[in-house]
Design a binder for this molecule. Structure first.
Ligand code: DAH
Length: 276
């Protein structure tokens, strides 16, 4: 009888163990399923941004000028009075300074350090660093104490051009502006120069471009580099001559894409930016 009972007890215990193990493993699987984190990512279409229209315009300008044999240079956005004014033939009392609505920094001597009001100071830095011949463009951000409106921003972009070589004349300047106009805007555009005044060039001109529909658009300033400016840059005006030009990049992007209000380009509204 004892033997029988023992066999039965063993069988019952074995069955109990099997069933317990089964239930335990079921519970573990259920818990793993319950607590699982789905870390997989669903990728449908790659969404990428693109460059801003002002960056696009800068890059196209750089491409065109590189094609014409120019090199690219950059200068600091915080400048000294010397580079922004003095070296460009605008001494302390010069009336042209007042056109620039300068923002000064509280650093060093009062009114000696400023946010550059144009890219022209980079001309001086390039002349001081590279031995001529120089064929350079200098794009960058500039700052003026302007109230924002449809055509003005206190922070905007300019591109400066500088050529210094032996025997450079006004004809080279006019030819370069025309070649650039056609390469950038298309062969149905032309350019013209109008007499003007800038302290850093003599003679000076403003240049306009003519659209296919006949309308003239004012683009920027240019001229033959003033001998005083060459001297500031450490270049002998008896041996070398050159021309310079400068114009606004934001204005070009605005024209190209028919943007009505320049402020729209800086609100970072994706509905605006995605159009370009
Ligand atoms: N720096 C001038 C401005 O911001 C533009 C300019 C005019 C640049 C004539 C030049 C130049 O290089 O030759 O209004």
């Amino acid at each position: 009888m004892g033997q029988l009972l023992n066999t039965a007890s063993l069988a019952v215990n074995a069955a109990l163990q099997t069933r317990t193990a089964e239930l335990e493993s079921l519970e573990i699987s259920a818990r793993v399923a319950r607590e699982a984190l789905d870390l997989s990512e669903f990728v449908t279409r790659r969404k990428r941004g693109h460059t801003h229209i002002v960056t696009q315009a800068t890059q196209r300008l750089e491409d065109v000028f590189i094609g014409l044999g120019f090199q690219i240079a950059e200068g600091p956005e915080v400048e000294t009075d010397f580079y922004n004014f003095e070296a460009l033939n605008m001494p302390k009392s010069h009336p042209a300074r007042s056109e620039f609505d300068t923002m000064f920094l509280e650093y060093g001597e009062p009114n000696s350090v400023l946010l550059r009001t144009h890219t022209s100071p980079v001309q001086i830095r390039v002349m001081q660093t590279w031995p001529p011949p120089i064929y350079a463009i200098m794009p960058g951000r500039v700052f003026r104490r302007d109230t924002p409106d449809a055509t003005h921003m206190p922070v905007f972009h300019q591109i400066e051009g500088l050529v210094i070589d032996r025997g450079i004349t006004f004809a080279h300047l006019a030819g370069t502006i025309e070649a650039f106009t056609k390469a950038f805007f298309g062969s149905d555009f032309t350019s013209r120069l109008r007499p003007s005044f800038f302290p850093f060039t003599e003679p000076s001109a403003e240049f306009d471009i003519r659209r296919a529909d006949g309308e003239w658009i004012e683009l920027g300033g240019c001229g033959m580099v003033h001998p005083n400016v060459l001297i500031s840059g450490g270049i002998d005006p008896e041996e070398f001559s050159g021309f310079a030009f400068g114009f606004g990049i934001d204005r070009m992007a605005k024209e190209r894409h028919n943007v009505e209000d320049i402020r729209e380009m800086y609100t970072n509204d994706l509905r605006f930016l995605r159009q370009f």
